[in-house]
Write a protein that binds this ligand. Sequence first.
Ligand code: SF4
Ligand code: SF4
Length: 230
Amino acid sequence: MTRWGMVIDLDRCTACGACVVACKIENNVPFSSPDEASKGRAISWMEIISVKEKESNGFKISFLPRLCFHCENPPCIRVCPVGATYKNKEGLVTQIYPRCIGCRYCANACPYTAKYFNWYEPEWPEDMKKSLNPDVSIRTKGVIEKCTFCYHRLVKAKEKARVENKDLNNIEYVPACVEICPSNAMYFGDLDDPLSEVAILSRSERAFRLLEELGTEPKVIYLKEIKNER
Ligand code: SF4
Ligand code: SF4
């Protein structure tokens, strides 16, 4: 079974935000008013987090794209009282929206703050409604949502492979953020295939996982920036 994972090279990422926008458009993530955003209620499955690091001659700000890490050992799943979040057969952490009772236990359990609660019914400007993605369901007020690694794209790719009688190991599937990144800072593929690009990069000396000490085993791996010694 494929173990889907992502590698993000922080040395290539320019924090342009293209991945954030592509994710929103692909997954019908609603816009929020400035008032709701100021209350911390904006929904953004992909976010660029800024990290302030002390250096010998002052401080340096680094940027880090953050999505759901589809942990191997996800704490969010353990706390859900109704089984509305689970790891599917592809190993992706998934939400069942109609089952969610909105208790937000999972959002609090996620150490990466990757889960978002819908505080209000989603809204889009009238002229944007026709561009909503029909492959992705719209979430309603009162449920939790988060990045799915664009799971609908995997479903479509598998169907295409079946119709074209192609090997499932060679299906073309990448999430929207990876596809759009103009700096080629994001890689996606099978972490269990030792020859895949993601597997090779994940073994790099620059590779690290966020909060690894928690034992969550994230399937999103970062590559450290290369320090400029000048
Ligand atoms: S908010 Fe929904 S998915 Fe999260 S723990 Fe509660 S019922 Fe489960
Ligand atoms: S990153 Fe958070 S929401 Fe995603 S699987 Fe891990 S604990 Fe769950």
